[in-house]
Design a protein around this ligand. Structure first.
Ligand SMILES: NC(=O)c1ccc[n+]([C@@H]2O[C@H](COP(=O)([O-])OP(=O)(O)OC[C@H]3O[C@@H](n4cnc5c(N)ncnc54)[C@H](OP(=O)(O)O)[C@@H]3O)[C@@H](O)[C@H]2O)c1
Length: 279
């Protein structure tokens, strides 16, 4: 999927000339960086792994004549966000994309508390800090765009991914409210809420997702929605999954998601059930 020339020009005019993309080494963040490079944005690309970012940089430069800055930083640590902000200090930044994030899965009672707190730090605290800085910056310059990665799991509780889904519910409601608050300042905020996407996500979350979208099927719909909507359900699969549950009461949705997530994680849930049944 590619952006039209008209769409590239709209994005560049409204949100250029630099964009920051966190989580750009893989999956959805990498795809958004590729599409923004094709639209002529200069890019600050971020993740923890320098080598992976250098590979992405080579790919971006092979396809577009743009400037690129690399920031390797763990946003769960105390200096991660500062490093990103410092590296972009003198740049004319008009767009922030927060795609750095991950998931955990399994029975909550068997989870590690430090691991679940780390998830909160990356998916919520770091996103909050970066959004706080750039929403003030964009409001001062009276223009800007902010894309935050929510998920279809944000719309109800999800057994076997309870904390992950809760972090996405945070991102979703935070984005919806900010979109209204920042509109009068000329700043557009978008929550992107995809269904399952084939990326590095499933492996890190220890999930097995059967039917998935490709990152290339969600990147363009997300960018097209910026400035036009406050939430986007990118890709046909996402729309089907979310709309098919629209009329289901919230408790029913939670039960459906329990079945879906049990399927994504059954290898470990079975093991864990055996273990907990002996407690
Ligand atoms: N894939 C899905 O099914 C799906 C569905 C809905 C929403 N989402 C959301 O979309 C976002 C992107 O996920 P994805 O599917 O593109 O997964 P991905 O391929 O695993 O990409 C995640 C990115 O985040 C970076 N990252 C992870 N932890 C980090 C940390 N502590 N500090 C800095 N960077 C970190 C990773 O880079 P390094 O490993 O190099 O640090 C990578 O670039 C996430 O917020 C995810 O929750 C994903």
């Amino acid at each position: 999927m590619k952006l039209t020339d008209k769409e590239k020009s709209r994005l560049k005019t409204r949100y250029g000339e630099w964009a920051i993309v966190t989580g750009a080494s893989s999956g959805i963040g990498r795809e958004l960086a590729l599409q923004l490079a094709a639209a002529g944005f200069n890019l600050v690309i971020h993740s923890r792994q320098l080598e992976k970012l250098e590979e992405v940089e080579m790919q971006l430069k092979a396809n577009a004549d743009i400037q690129i800055k690399i920031v390797a930083a763990d946003v769960s640590g105390p200096d991660g966000i500062d490093k990103i902000i410092q590296s972009a200090q003198r740049l004319n930044v008009g767009l922030l994309v927060v795609s750095a994030g991950y998931g955990t899965s399994g029975l909550f009672i068997n989870s590690s508390l430090p691991a679940e707190i780390n998830l909160l730090k990356v998916n919520c605290e770091a996103l909050l800090a970066l959004t706080h800085y750039y929403s003030q910056h964009f409001a001062r310059q009276k223009r800007g765009g902010i894309i935050l990665m929510s998920s279809m799991v944000a719309f109800q509780g999800v057994p076997y991914a309870a904390n992950y889904a809760a972090t996405k519910a945070y991102v979703q409601t935070f984005s919806e409210a900010l979109a209204v608050e920042l509109k009068p300042y000329g700043v557009d905020v978008l929550a992107a809420a995809p269904g399952p996407v084939d990326s590095g996500f499933a492996q890190r979350a220890n999930m097995r997702m059967t039917t998935t979208l490709k990152p290339s099927q969600v990147g363009v719909p997300i960018l097209r929605a910026l400035g036009r909507k406050t939430t986007v359900l990118p890709g046909f699969l996402t729309k089907i999954l979310v709309y098919s549950m629209r009329a289901v009461p919230r408790l029913g949705k939670i039960k459906i998601m329990a079945k879906v997530m049990a399927g994504f994680t059954d290898h470990q849930i079975n093991r864990e059930d055996e273990r907990t049944s002996t407690i």
